[in-house]
Design a protein around this ligand. Structure first.
Ligand code: NAD
Length: 283
């Protein structure tokens, strides 16, 4: 057997959906530094192009940004055509497009009473369309790119996919019912696809990030005025044995490992990146 290291990443072609996002943009740069040619796909086309430009400038590795909707097969197929022209066939796929909506989130953690007001703040007050939207983005938004881009991997005789699940898939978080269920479906689909494609040497794995501070959740975790932890932020820290939030950079190494030949016998797993949150019962 050949010695295992990260060198086999060099020169590979990787599609990254949600590449304009907080995690995606930094991950693109990390992989490009290891010589991976990145196709950065995002619904926000201008942002995808901006990230690709920055990646090229900072790393010297070719990168391309393409406006793509992960919920439309035609849009994904157009992106595939552009990538083939630019780089050739796709070796890796990272499904990072995903997220939550206030329409799939309850205002209350618990249903305290059956008053009209409390019912409205609970699951009974949620619009089913909000639930559907979150499910579609996270689940179909993972499946459709996988269907389009693993076709190249079938031709190549090998490939690797990394999906973005979440800690809320493994330990459902209060309020975010739709997101938790949708990410649990992503973890389940990861296992299902891993089995389905195993004989074609295509590995499908996922990461389940715990709590990271980004622009969109900073003021849920910290008080905007005092900078102190918010009650929810404090609860998270109390339940994270390592006693801190994660840094986005701490996701990169796991994704690179799962894509590389170092993980050549690993398929169907979801790796928690959570400072021990998943392992801790609170006692
Ligand atoms: P983000 O919101 O910063 O980025 C998501 C990107 O996806 C955005 O650039 C957005 O434009 C793009 N996008 C949305 N809908 C799309 C569509 N239909 N087609 C193409 N692109 C679309 O999110 P992030 O924090 O970078 O998270 C990346 C992934 O990690 C998501 O799946 C998220 O659910 C998951 N995750 C994040 C955290 C965290 O702490 N940030 C924790 C656990 C899991």
């Amino acid at each position: 057997m050949k010695p295992l290291n990260f060198d086999d990443l060099k020169g590979k072609v990787c599609v990254l959906t949600g590449g304009g996002g907080a995690i995606g943009a930094s991950l693109a740069e990390f992989l490009a530094r290891r010589g991976v040619r990145m196709a950065i796909l995002d619904l926000n086309g201008a942002r995808a192009e901006e990230v690709a430009k920055q990646v090229k400038r900072e790393t010297g590795t070719p990168a391309v940004g393409i406006k793509t909707n992960v919920l439309e097969k035609e849009s994904l197929e157009q992106a595939a055509e552009a990538i083939h022209k630019e780089f050739g066939k796709v070796d890796f796929l990272i499904n990072a497009a995903g997220g939550n909506s206030p329409k799939g989130t309850t205002e209350a953690e618990f249903l305290e009473s059956v008053s009209e007001q409390d019912l409205e703040k609970s699951i009974y007050g949620l619009d089913i369309e909000g639930f559907r939207w979150v499910f579609d983005l996270n689940l179909s938004g993972t499946l459709l790119p996988t269907l389009v881009f693993t076709r190249d991997m079938l031709d190549l005789g090998s490939g690797a996919v990394v999906n973005f699940s979440s800690m809320s898939a493994l330990r459902p978080l209060t309020r975010v019912g739709a997101y938790s269920a949708a990410k649990a479906a992503v973890t389940n689909l990861t296992e299902w696809l891993a089995v389905h494609l195993a004989k074609k040497n295509i590995r499908i794995n996922a990461v389940a990030p715990g709590f990271f501070v980004g622009e969109q959740n900073r003021f849920l975790l910290f008080d905007e005025k005092t900078g102190e932890l918010s009650p929810r932020g404090n609860k998270i820290i109390m339940n994270t044995p390592m006693g801190r939030f994660g840094d986005y950079g701490e996701i990169h190494g796991t994704v690179a490992f799962l894509l590389s030949g170092m993980a050549s016998f690993i398929t169907g797993v979801t790796v928690p990146i959570d400072g021990g949150f998943n392992a801790y019962s609170g006692v």
